[in-house]
Design a protein around this ligand. Structure first.
Ligand code: HT7
Ligand code: ZN
Length: 867
């Protein structure tokens, strides 16, 4: 496959007024008739290039009802070229597909007894020959014909049209979407599905029919998704003035899905993981994810569907913006402080390594071979940080005006990241020229903050740099908003006059860092004031500061900004742990650490969910990122030792708090109850290390009346050498063997085990009766969890973890290249480890490259990973 470049973009030569699609679905094949009205653009040549794919047969090709002669078209595996087409014509294409053989899960496929489609990014070309690019928008009319008994439900985009019986046990349904859309938003579902129905009345009084389609046995697990959908609809009206624009909103949950969900216009298709939730089967985190993803896909209706992307280089235009919107939505629905920590943790754990490794690319990439490889955490999560920074720089009111202007200018169009930045600039009057570098430069900037004093003035000097990344040797300085606070000696906020580029807002000062080296003078600051830097994680950077341990301990308790409280606590723990690792120490933690820990334990004024985070030690991956060269075993040991020291030193307080949090009234999903569970389960981690740990953990497992508590206990049991371990894991499996999503948790909890036998156990689990290479959720739960989240076992010194992953990539690639490609990244982190690990990782990548028939998806990432 050839490399595609942003600089080569050319507008399409034809517009399409409308497309009529007829799907004739049969048990073992599907026939698709497409009739599209093409109109040549002025000055365009008369050659028409259509995208296609190797897995369909072309049965007929017509122009205005007459077959196209053989010498007027050329068909290769991926392109259909027609010569000398008229200025305006109807193109008729009939194709035959084999949905049951489609294990790639793009285009039209068969999953769990239902036909469904996945067209983003380039799946529509596997359904019919078409200009499969996001800047070709047209109106879709769809007719689906299928067997009445096996496919009673027939769905497509837009509003429902006619339906009826066709005789011979077949029936049909028609759908019309009034909104022009690109082909990637097309969707079809046909099958035997149960439905939960509800309705929503929009701000302007339109009634919308809401349906969630799932398999019959899952109908009792849709309530939360439905409530989340209604909350999303209300939130978008309230916060952005955006209403839904069709008569129906359909969601279908399928169990075989390459990603989380898909925002097809009026017919979202979801991975069951992000729809189904009940307290018995889903954890609190799962519930939050359901709400976040339901919101995300709903918000795409405006940011993605009404205004779409001109080309796939602009993917972050819809994805970064929509992640920002779903993050804000979840913050408003839950706890803003805790949601921010969760988001920052994800960014640091997944995006920072991507930005620092061989697969680094800008938020708006400049070239790709396989677009599916660019649905990355950089495009999504860093893209959301870019939007968040714009929000901080211009302020919330101007941001809202900018959004309004963006829709006013681009509704119904395919737009670019540049269009979005221009709308924000024009609405606010701010100059975002330098800011745009966030779209084009890869890599995580480092910001160094140093203090000096002149009389009573405090001068904070910020310095920024960004290491080279593939294809980008030298970086220009970014424009970044740094949110600062000044915490006075008694813990109160100090507001001092600023000399420098910035403004005070709600007790914090947002300064604009634009230079490589820039100073900000705060006038007349009381002695003993401690600066609180990067409040709310206002820019996606690595911060290096000069705060002492005592100052960190002070901020950990006193700062009004929850992010800095957490960050200071984590910094304090990390500093100690990194030192322990580098010195191979086994010492007792200093009194200051114990004081901070017990201080948090005793904190009754703070949201228990935040206290839970303040009591959690930095994860092994986060600690690894703080080291020049990864020492996985030593990190693991140092972290366990500190946890044990905390458990020993505060055992009474921990147990008291644990007991006091016991839910009085049984299970509830209220915020307060969720927060208490979060705290209680963090405390359980420490209790498990105490002399009665096994008993308490086992009791917690046995008494759990919800999946959150059950998994918290099971996870500890899975890490342990407790006698009950094998029995409990078997019992759990026997109890839940009929529920795929719960069995995914069973695989994941074993893949995350820190026990020394984990690599061989994980390998063994690929032979388990419940394991399948065909289901992406199952692959992710075992293979991705192991390779991405279990640092100490994946990086086993004998290289066994790497070899296992390489074998899995090859196996999965035979069935599903997109999912196989998403397994590659951990092997590219060889720059972070020493020999012999480095050599083993490269060998593992080489072993994948040697395979014949490797997909373009995997090849692109493996080659880049080796470079
Ligand atoms: N916009 C959707 C992306 C997506 C996707 C991309 C490639 C292959 C399969 C896929 N399924 C969904 C999801 C989203 O960001 O909302
Ligand atoms: Zn999205």
């Amino acid at each position: 496959k050839q490399e595609i470049r942003l600089e080569d973009y050319e507008a399409p030569a034809f517009t399409i007024e409308s497309i009529n699609l007829i799907f004739r679905l049969h048990d073992d094949y599907a026939e698709v008739e497409a009739r599209s009205l093409f109109r040549m653009k002025k000055g365009a040549g008369s050659e028409l290039r259509l995208d296609g794919g190797p897995y369909m047969d072309l049965l007929a090709l017509e122009i205005d009802g007459s077959p196209v002669p053989d010498d007027q078209f050329v068909k290769s595996a991926e392109v259909l070229q027609l010569r000398s087409v008229p200025e305006k014509f109807e193109l008729g294409v009939v194709t035959r597909l084999r949905p049951r053989e489609n294990t790639r899960l793009e285009g039209l496929y068969f999953s769990g007894g239902n036909f469904c489609t996945q067209c983003e990014a380039e799946g529509f070309r596997h359904i019919t020959y078409f200009p499969d690019r996001p800047d070709v928008l047209t109106r879709y009319h769809v007719r689906i014909e299928a067997d009445t008994k096996s496919c009673p439900v027939l769905l497509s985009n837009g509003n429902p049209g006619q339906k009826g019986d066709l005789g011979d046990g077949r029936h049909f349904a028609e759908w019309n979407d009034p909104h022009p859309k690109p082909s990637y938003l097309f969707a079809l579902v046909a099958g035997n599905l149960a439905c939960q129905n509800d309705s929503y009345t929009t701000a302007s009084g339109r009634q919308v029919d809401l349906n969630i389609y799932v398999s019959e046995q899952d109908l009792d697990k849709c309530d939360y998704a439905m409530q989340s959908l209604k909350r999303s609809m209300a939130w978008d009206e309230e916060v952005f003035g955006l209403e839904y624009d069709l008569d129906v909103y359909n969601i279908v949950a399928v169990s075989d899905f390459n990603m989380g969900a898909m925002e097809n216009k009026g017919l979202n298709i979801f991975n069951t993981k992000y729809v189904l939730a009940s307290p018995e089967t889903a954890t609190d985190a799962d519930f939050d994810h359901v709400e976040g993803v339901i919101g995300h896909e709903y918000f795409h209706n405006w940011t993605g569907n009404r205004v779409t992307c001109r080309d796939w280089f602009q993917l972050s235009l819809k994805e970064g913006l929509t992640v920002f919107r779903d993050q804000e939505f979840s913050s408003d629905m839950t706890s803003r402080a805790v949601k921010r920590l969760d988001d920052v943790r994800v960014l640091r754990m997944l995006q920072f390594p991507e930005d620092a490794g061989p697969l680094a690319h800008p938020v708006r990439p400049e070239k790709y071979i396989e677009i599916n490889n660019f649905y990355t955490t950089t495009v999504y999560n860093k893209g959301a940080e870019v939007i968040r920074m714009m929000h901080s720089i211009i302020g919330p009111e101007a941001f809202r005006k900018g959004m309004d202007l963006y829709f006013e200018r681009h509704d119904g169009q395919a737009a670019t990241c540049e269009d979005f930045a221009a709308a924000m600039e024009d609405a606010s009057g701010a100059d975002l020229k330098q800011f745009r570098l966030w779209y084009s430069q890869a890599g995580t900037p480092k910001v160094t903050a140093r203090r000096s004093h002149e009389g009573r003035d405090l001068i904070i000097t910020l310095e920024q740099s960004c290491a080279p990344s593939p294809g980008q040797g030298v970086k220009l300085p970014y424009h970044m908003p740094i949110r600062l606070g000044l915490v006075g000696p008694n813990g109160g906020e100090v507001t001092a006059d600023l000399e420098g580029d910035g403004k005070w807002e709600d007790g914090s000062c947002i300064v604009n860092l634009r230079e490589t080296h820039q100073s900000f003078r705060f006038k007349n600051v009381p002695e003993g004031t401690v600066p609180s830097i990067l409040r709310g994680f206002s820019a996606p950077v690595v911060l290096d500061h000069d705060l002492s341990d005592d100052e960190l301990a002070f901020l950990a308790v006193q700062d009004s900004d929850p992010f800095v409280r957490w960050e200071s606590t984590q910094d304090l723990y990390s500093r100690y742990l990194v030192k322990q690792v580098s010195e191979d120490g086994e010492g007792h933690p200093p009194e200051l650490l114990l004081q901070v820990f017990t201080g948090h334990l005793a904190d009754k004024a703070t949201d228990p969910a935040l206290v839970a985070e303040l009591l959690t030690l930095p994860g092994e991956i986060a600690l690894g990122q703080k080291m020049e060269s990864l020492a996985p075993e030593r990190i693991h040991t140092a972290r366990e030792t500190l946890a044990k020291a905390f458990a020993d030193a505060s055992s009474e307080n921990i147990i008291d708090l644990y007991q006091s949090l016991k839910a009085a009234q049984g299970y509830s999903h209220e915020q307060g109850a969720k927060a208490n569970r979060r705290l209680r389960n963090v405390l359980l981690n420490y209790i498990a290390l105490m002399p009665d740990g096994e008993e308490t953990t086992q009791r917690r497992y046995a008494e759990a009346d919800n999946m959150t508590d059950c998994m918290a206990a099971l996870s500890l049991i899975s890490h342990s050498n407790f006698d009950c371990r094998d029995k409990v894991l078997q019992e759990f499996y026997d109890k839940w063997r009929q529920n795929d999503l719960v069995i995914d948790k069973w695989f994941a909890v074993q893949a995350q085990s820190k026990r020394s036998d984990t690599v061989s156990k994980v390998r063994e689990l690929t032979q388990h009766e419940a394991f399948t290479f065909k289901n992406p959720n199952r692959l992710r739960s075992l293979i991705s969890t192991f390779s991405m989240l279990n640092q100490v076992r994946f990086h086993e010194k004998n290289g066994e973890g790497y070899r296992f992953l390489a074998e899995m990539i090859v196996r999965v690639d035979e069935l599903n290249p997109q999912t196989a490609a998403r397994l590659v990244a951990p092997l590219g982190r060889w720059g972070r480890v020493d020999e012999p690990r480095k050599g083993f990782m490269k060998d593992a990548l080489m072993s994948v490259l040697k395979v014949s028939n490797l997909s373009d998806d995997v090849r692109e990432l493996v080659e880049k990973s080796l470079a």
